[in-house]
Design a protein around this ligand. Structure first.
Ligand code: ZN
Length: 142
């Protein structure tokens, strides 16, 4: 189980809202009651701060929704089973961008961070197109 607390004005106020959830889908159900189903669908967790929070012992992850609004915190990552990587084609070399920080099989050619177009829009995913965040095992930004 993962603990979730709402982002509130103060720490004590926030800790008064702690609930336990079993998965990202479970957290989305909690968020849907509070923020609505459309917002809840966009929830993701990312590491927050530097290491364990000494106040509560949490390996704190921030819960973001929409364009990046922080709505709360968890004591560990909750990975999305329905969020996959995507293909982004480079406007400079015209080739599909390799996911960030990943290595590709030798027989395939991808645009990499050496290309001037790699860091331009559309930004590359952190995942392969057939790989979910849950498959990867870590929270990702894109
Ligand atoms: Zn390129």
């Amino acid at each position: 189980m993962v603990k979730f607390r709402q982002h509130r004005g103060g720490y004590a106020e926030s800790m008064a809202t702690v609930v336990e959830v079993s998965s990202m889908a479970d957290l989305q159900t909690v968020l849907a009651d509070w923020l609505g189903a459309e917002v809840a669908k966009t929830a993701r967790t990312l590491p927050y701060g530097s290491g364990v929070d000494v106040r509560n012992g949490w390996n704190t992850h921030v819960v973001l929704v929409g364009a990046g609004n922080a709505v709360g915190f968890t004591d560990g990552p909750l990975l999305r089973t329905d969020y996959y990587g995507y293909e982004a084609d480079c406007a400079v070399c015209g080739v599909t961008k390799q996911p960030v920080g990943r290595s590709a099989p030798m027989r395939f050619y991808y645009c990499t961070s050496d290309c001037p177009g790699y860091h331009q829009e559309p930004l590359p995913s952190n995942l392969w197109p057939d790989e979910s965040e849950s498959d990867f095992g870590y929270p990702v930004v894109r």
